[in-house]
Design a protein around this ligand. Sequence first.
Ligand code: PLP
Length: 346
Amino acid sequence: MRLWIREMLDGQGRHISFHTPGHKRAGDDITELTYSDCLSSPKGILKAAEEDVAAILGAERSFLLTDGSTSGVFSMLYALRAAGIGSIACPCFSHPSVGHAAEVLGLKLVPIPQKVRYGIPRQPTAGEIAAALKQAGALLLTSPDYYGFLAPLKEARALCDGAGKPLLIDGAHGSHLHFTDSYAGRYADLWVDGVHKSLPAMTQGAVVSARGGMGELLRRGVLRFRTTSPSYPILASVEEAVKFPRRPAIESASEAFKLRHGCLKNDDWTKIVVPFGDRCAEAEASLEGQGVYPEFNDGNYLMFYLSPATKKAELGELSRLLPPLARGEVKENAPAGVIPMYSEEA
Ligand SMILES: Cc1ncc(COP(=O)(O)O)c(C=O)c1O
């Protein structure tokens, strides 16, 4: 898309801006002009990009988002509502956008209780999902979660098929999995990819997708909850990130790192979770003092978020800095402030 934008702009020669955006710099940030595309009803480069992305992700329809997974969650829940579904089962530790969208759309949430083990809320079991699904018209899971654990996707798909209910997946942390069988899009009817979190896209770049005949309802949801002002720099970065090649070397380096440094045994190479217990803050301060910044400190664990753009040398540097740092005791209570819940306070 970026090349096309350049060609499109170069082809125009002189460009004096009497249009938005107000910075007037033109560059690639042009929004809607007579010679560019329209995000809400794309016919040119945006249509081509959305079709390419859908083909890569195995979707019937995919929509590029510049307002994060949050707008994807709202759009998915709109599609459910438009299909006449009034309730949805989802784990207690779902992202606040799930509760906010349900509130706005008048959807009832059926909470799936989650057990906390070693200070981490665990994915629900198939049995827990089955019990909640009996009382709801659809199911929403988050996979992988912030700690790199996958939901029981095969079992969830089978349960939804058995009950004739749609499966939605919040894949805010899983777009890098599209090469694999752990990818949300292999199981869900509707799913969101937080491309900016685990692939090299600009902040807020995301994709929401549909399979199994829900594409039109999702399009209507996207029309309601996505911006009408296309940000070409973000959109181009999302397209490029989805097309970014897999990097097996960094994936295996991450798994080797986890074994070597006593990290959590999770399912996701992009999330390295190191138990520091009550010495977390100390470890974080020491690392940051040396210019190394983790994704979060939940009071039990430091989490280091990788992507295919992570350099092996950077992982090597972390490997060198970790061993001298003292490890404390992990507390059993749920971490505060890292996994947001959909509760009223969220
Ligand atoms: C599980 C989950 N879903 C959705 C979101 C919302 O994503 P975004 O910030 O891209 O809107 C987040 C953000 O952290 C998240 O962790």
